[in-house]
Structures are given as C-alpha cells and as structure tokens.
Design a protein around this ligand. Structure first.
Ligand code: SF4
Length: 335
C-alpha cells in the first residue's frame, strides 16, 4: 500500500510534530504546491529544494536541525539506519492491473525454466505480486527473495543491495526483475550465476539482460583499468547517513598505502569532480553510493572506482569475477 497524505498526517499527529521538513524527489516536485498546502493546514512546513538520493539521504543537520520530523516522498525506509529524527516515508508504488498477458512469459517456458525467482524495484512491489499470480497460474514455481536489514520489502533490490537475489539464486532456474531502466537487472545478473530477465514495465516485455551485462562489464573494465598506474589516490567517505562507510574507507587507505600509493582520506556530501581535479589525484575510490562511480564516471576526468573495483584491480581480493559494491550496513554518523 502507498502511504496516503492522510496516513502521513496521522503519523505526524501521533508523534506530536509541529515543524516538518518535506523532501520530494525531482519527479514529484511539480506537485509541491499541493503537498505543501495540504500539510500546512496542520503543520509548519519547510520544503527542501535540494535533490536527494533516497532513504539513504536525509540531507545535512543544518537543513533538518529546526524541525521535529522529516517527511520523505517516493522512497522506502532503510530499516537498519539510525535516523537522528523521526522520518516518515511516503512510498511511491505503482498499483492496479499490470496489463501484461501470459504470452509475455513464454520465453521462460521456451528456455525450460520452471523455478522463477522474482525481484523488483520498490515502485513495483505490488506489480511483482501480480506477476507471481500470473506465473503460478501458468504452472511455474515462484520464489520471492528474502531481503536483508537494509531493505524493507521481500524481493526488493536497491542499486546498492541485491540480498534478495542472493537469498534465492541457488534454488531457482532464473530471476525476473520487475522494474524499468536496466541498472537493477544488471546488478542482479552480476549477483547471480543464473539467467536474469528484466520485465520492463515501460516496454511491457521480458528481456534477457546477459548481453547488456557483458557490455556493461566491458565498459567498466575499460574505465577501471585507467587507474592501473595511479600513484595518488583520493579515498572518499560520503557523509550521507545511509552511505557513510568510514571504516571501509580506512581499509582502502591502508591497502593503498601497502601498495606504495600516496592517499588522502576525504569526506564529502556533494560529489563535485572539480574537487578531485583540484587535488590532482590520479584516481578516486568512492565508498558512498555505488551508482556514483558507475553512473557519473563520465563527469570525472580521472577514474572513479568502487571499493571492490579497486581491490580487484590491484589483486587485493582473490577474485577474477566482477563484484558489485553492495552496502549491507553503514557506520554510525555522530550527529
Ligand atoms: S546508496 Fe545509492 S543505490 Fe543505495 S539507496 Fe542510496 S541512492 Fe539508492
């Protein structure tokens, strides 16, 4: 169920909130006047105009210091984060009929798959259950992955966490990710030896993701290998509450020093390529959101690596397989 604005108001009343900070993703900003006026009937409301990443990002203390509660729209809670203020998450969930008929799932039959693991991005939790109903009726055996403490819903995947895929990968023939875009399905493919399909909810069809994953890996290895001769490294701990991995950053520092590199440990809340250009470093190892290294690489003049990429490149881990950077838990940020 989506939390409705009435439910948010009820929860705000329960905690006797008076001043609230409202965080909206860019896609919901066109509705800001409606949300603001509805909530302002009972509460003193400030809207954060900043972009934010998700439930891992409630902005900085100077933004939320003066409020009793934060209301974040569009995302689901990350249960194992210790939020310093009450946060009410108003999830955005697509509901209603999925408008996909049985024929769309024929590729699963043609490939002889019988046991199907189901995953989804959070907007499609309800739709994933519809898909399960269709597949069960068609005679498939279906499984929904068990999530770890970083996610709220069974079957859910985040760009930084594929625990739901790990939990069922051994017992299924393939995985189907109900989502849009490709990143979650590519992540699931990298997390599993089994064949992965995306059920693309824009295109309304099932697409195998292996070829695209191979292309992703070729591009990624080309970028990472540019760091091979790096001597000066910036190691960054992002101070967003759900991305803060200072201990991992310290481990990377030790590893860089053991390789004879010169390294500096940095904190950041905004990731600005010019900061690292000014420092004249050869490469950045970024321990915050893994999607920054992957999605934003082209904004940087130097290679920006995830911690497992750094460890693989310099043979600090005994693996030849590409390892996605997954966040299981974060370090406590003393606020
Ligand atoms: S760290 Fe990145 S992928 Fe993970 S929840 Fe935050 S924005 Fe999403």
């Amino acid at each position: 169920m989506n939390i409705t604005i009435e439910e948010v108001i009820r929860q705000l009343d329960d905690i006797k909130a008076r001043k609230i900070l409202l965080q909206l993703p860019d896609g919901l900003k066109p509705h800001v006047f409606d949300y603001f006026s509805r909530l302002s009937e009972k509460f003193s409301v400030i809207v954060s105009s900043e972009s934010f990443y998700g439930a891992c990002d409630i902005s900085t203390m100077d933004v939320y210091r003066d409020v009793d509660c934060i209301v974040q729209l569009g995302h689901s809670e990350i249960p194992n984060i210790e939020y310093p203020k009450p946060v009410i998450f108003m999830e955005y969930r697509i509901q209603g009929e999925i408008g996909i008929d049985d024929d769309a799932f024929q590729p699963l039959k043609e490939k002889g798959h019988k046991k199907i693991g189901l995953l989804c991005s959070v907007q499609y939790v309800d739709q994933m259950h519809h898909v399960r109903g269709i597949l069960d009726r068609m005679g498939f055996e279906t499984y929904i992955g068990r999530q770890d403490a970083r996610m709220k819903h069974p079957g859910q995947v985040l760009g930084c966490n594929f625990s739901s895929a790990h939990s069922i990968s051994a017992k299924v023939d393939c995985l189907v990710v109900v989502s849009t875009g490709r990143f979650h399905a590519i992540g699931a493919q990298l997390a599993s030896e089994k064949e992965v399909f995306i059920l693309d909810m824009n295109e309304r069809r099932l697409i195998p993701i292996k070829e695209e994953t191979d292309r992703f890996l070729r591009r990624r290895y080309a970028k990472i290998s540019r760091a091979m001769n790096a001597r000066k490294i910036c190691v960054v701990a992002d101070t967003k509450i759900g991305q803060y991995r200072i201990r991992l950053a310290e481990t990377i520092m030790e590893q860089a020093e053991s390789l004879g590199m010169q390294s500096v440990l940095l904190t950041a809340n905004d990731v600005r390529p010019s900061d690292y250009e000014n420092m004249r470093c050869d490469a950045v190892v970024f321990t915050g959101c893994p999607r920054v290294s992957i999605d934003d690489q082209d904004k940087f003049t130097m290679p920006i690596l995830t911690p497992p990429e750094f460890q693989q490149l310099f043979k600090l881990k005994d693996t030849t397989k590409y390892v996605m950077d997954e966040i299981v838990a974060v370090d406590r940020l003393n606020l």
